[in-house]
Design a binder for this molecule. Structure first.
Ligand code: ACO
Length: 363
């Protein structure tokens, strides 16, 4: 089967986002990512994506208030995080807590689902370190509150702006694997919580949202700028893939990588990052692009969103094992918007397979 990754299959019509892999362009509801990321907060992009998808319209101010209330509401579930749950990787523990929330298709369910990963991930991370979870402050923006719940103190303006830029950048991205999973579940009318749980399960794989942690592992293993070329050559000789490079759709640079690189700049300018790490990453990026061009001349492979995600989330002091969970915090709004679009306009998704197994023996 040639396209067993379904690459040429159109499986949905959407008004939510468009990924142009040849031009390296991402459009979210008619707005190009470069424009959106320069002025929008998480709340703004949530309003943009959910417009017309729920039974009542919401302004960014309404959403900020109601999302703050929803964070306070879901925080009550944190007490149910027992030892078995806390022994799981953070994204799995977060998913297990979300699985306790009721299913539904309404605004309350959507708000609870937007709030839940933002509250559960910082709480799980603190509990896993033996610290007390920090309760949400409903008056803060979603990004400021996430950072406050993570560290226990109020974040700087540059940190909040960087997290907003990240959450906006990754809010939606066409029919990627997790979004498709969300739409498949939505097509059965199971409810938004079920769609989001399926999507998180698809996201956590290393070929999708699980890559940024390994990007930092790679930078650690490379160690110094001088070692970059030799280390990357050895990795390719061992048949490994370079984490943070390559993409199913983009044949040029992933526009989200540049959005995040740009979002890092105020943190760099104000000394809120480890500069050695940034310089090493730049050297690894240059060396990787050169060696991939040399080794895979027929396959354009460039940097993807995960490379700069790793640097940005590291600068915001998220531990690397939590990166996939932070991705889920931002992408949940895209999953919900797609699930609602599917439920409102689509039919049951039920493709066919070709049977290639043995036939019954003739009697
Ligand atoms: N490093 C080295 N070689 C690569 C890489 C890479 N990162 N990516 C693709 N290739 C090579 C493959 O080995 C293959 O070569 P071959 O034909 O000689 O066997 C060729 O390029 C095509 O590979 P495919 O698997 O067809 O590419 P596909 O489009 O399926 O893969 C993927 C896309 C999974 C993202 C891949 O590039 C990869 O594994 N990258 C590393 C992991 C990563 O960064 N994931 C995050 C993606 S972004 C996101 O999901 C949010």
């Amino acid at each position: 089967m040639k396209n067993n990754g379904l690459e040429d299959v159109i499986a949905a019509e959407t008004r939510l986002s468009d990924v142009d892999g040849e031009a390296g362009r991402l459009v979210i509801r008619g707005v190009s990512l470069d424009l959106l990321v320069s002025h929008a907060t998480f709340e703004d992009v949530a309003v943009l994506l959910l417009d017309g998808m729920l039974e009542q319209p919401l302004s960014a101010t309404d959403l900020k208030t109601r999302l703050g209330e929803a964070r306070a509401e879901v925080f009550s579930h944190v007490v149910s995080a027992d030892e078995a749950l806390l022994n799981l990787p953070p994204v799995d523990a977060m998913r297990a807590l979300i699985a306790r929330l009721p299913d539904g298709e309404d605004l309350e369910t959507a708000l609870r689902l937007l709030a839940a990963p933002a509250v559960f991930l910082p709480a799980v991370l603190r509990l896993q370190k033996g610290e007390t979870p920090v309760a949400p402050k409903p008056s803060l923006s979603q990004s400021a509150d996430i950072l406050a719940m993570l560290s226990g103190s109020l974040p700087t303006r540059e940190q909040v702006a960087a997290l907003d830029a990240y959450l906006v950048t990754i809010s939606d991205h066409g029919l990627n694997a997790s979004t498709f999973a969300s739409r498949v579940v939505a097509s059965t009318k199971a409810g938004l919580t079920s769609s989001v749980l399926a999507a998180i399960s698809a996201l956590k794989g290393p070929l999708h949202g699980g890559a940024p942690g390994p990007v930092l592992d790679m930078l650690d293993a490379v160690g110094t700028q001088e070692n970059a070329k030799a280390w990357l050559a050895d990795a390719l000789d061992r048949g490994e893939r370079l984490m943070g490079f390559g993409h199913r759709i983009y044949r040029v640079r992933d526009p989200r990588a540049d959005a995040l690189k740009h979002a890092l700049e105020p943190l760099v300018a104000t000394g809120q990052v480890d500069l050695d790490r940034i310089r090493l990453a730049e050297a690894v990026e240059q060396a990787a692009l050169a060696i991939l061009r040399e080794r895979k001349p027929d396959r354009p492979l460039d940097v993807n969103v995960e490379f700069y995600t790793a640097l940005l989330l590291d600068a915001l002091k998220f531990p690397r094992e939590a990166f996939t969970g932070v991705f889920a915090i931002g992408r949940t709004v895209g999953w919900i918007a797609h699930a609602r679009e599917q439920a409102l306009e689509g039919r049951l998704i039920r493709p066919r397979s070709v049977y290639v197994g043995p036939l019954p023996q003739a009697a």
